[in-house]
Design a protein around this ligand. Structure first.
Ligand SMILES: O=C(O)CCC(=O)C(=O)O
Ligand SMILES: [Fe+2]
Length: 285
């Protein structure tokens, strides 16, 4: 445990247990104090049992952190026109997104400790044990592609598996309106059965309730063998028997480009690639 504490301090700096030493953090930037949600030291991750590799951390972001993120996004000026509802960025991410990535890394790392207790006996690379295996958790950068989606009430995203040009280990942070994301198994290309060999599981929709400030990690089966979708048409956003009252929803998706594609992108674009486009959310059928 001592070793782990030392590694933690090397990676993330000294723990902020030393409250009351008179050090005041100031300014409207993402300072350390602000970024440390109380639960960050003891994150409560939920493993979605039906889907291997799907993890949810409901209280990932404090209310303050959620509003700071929304202001940072607003300051980017990506959504000044009503017709803009999606922004993508590749390569070097804005400071707030890098900070968010590091918070994700930290939350996963703390999960390792709380789940395992003793790192010498714990197989951290099992999908059932922690949200990201160590090869993904310690890659650099953790993420180099960002999408911010803004959905008006009634808008969602059709069922899809994220493109193969992205590595395993995808994070989604939810802001503003809560919603239900549904997961369905990917169909095997040659037959009408799911990858688990069962036909009936194709029909099964697993609902996951995404509250503002929550973090989802998709890894392994959840990333490759399940489609995810958000249908915000009337009648689809039901949680615990109640229709969710919809407001505007913002989400931040963080991914890492696969190496070859990354090189290609770098070739084509010298530094940043910022795409601003209007996406017809949920016009898939
Ligand atoms: O908005 C979301 O929560 C999901 C976004 C998503 O699935 C994507 O950008 O690929
Ligand atoms: Fe996606």
């Amino acid at each position: 445990m001592e070793d782990q504490k030392q590694i933690l301090e090397e990676v993330f700096g000294e723990s902020s247990d030393k409250e009351g030493e008179g050090e005041q953090q100031s300014g409207d930037s993402f300072d350390e104090e602000q970024s440390v949600n109380q639960s960050e030291k003891n994150p409560i991750w939920e493993r979605i049992e039906e889907i291997s590799g799907l993890w949810l951390y409901r209280d990932f972001l404090s209310l303050e952190r959620q509003s700071s993120l929304l202001s940072a996004i607003e300051k980017e000026g990506w959504f000044t026109e009503a017709s803009h509802n999606q922004a993508m960025r590749f390569g070097d991410l804005p400071a707030w997104a890098i900070e968010l990535s590091e918070s994700i890394r930290k939350a996963v790392w703390f999960c390792d400790i709380s789940e395992c207790g003793d790192s010498s006996t714990c197989d951290q690379d099992k999908e059932e044990v922690c949200p990201l295996p160590s090869d993904l958790l310690w890659r650099e950068p953790l993420f180099d592609q960002l999408i911010v989606n803004v959905y008006q009430p009634g808008e969602g995203i059709c069922g899809h598996v994220d493109l193969m040009r992205f590595e395993d280990g995808i994070a989604i942070v939810s802001l503003e309106s809560a919603c239900v994301m549904h997961f369905t198994r990917v169909k095997n290309e040659t037959s009408n059965i799911g990858y688990d060999g069962k036909e009936d599981t194709l029909m099964v929709k697993i609902p996951v309730y995404l509250t503002p400030g929550s973090l989802v990690i998709m890894q392994g089966e959840a990333r490759y063998l399940w489609k995810h979708e958000i249908n915000r048409k009337p009648g689809f956003q039901i949680w615990e028997g109640q229709e969710i009252c919809q407001k505007k929803r913002t989400s931040i998706t963080l991914r890492k480009l696969c190496h070859a594609k990354k090189a290609k992108v770098r070739e084509r674009k010298e530094k940043f690639l910022l795409l601003l486009s209007y996406v017809d959310h949920q016009s898939c059928e």
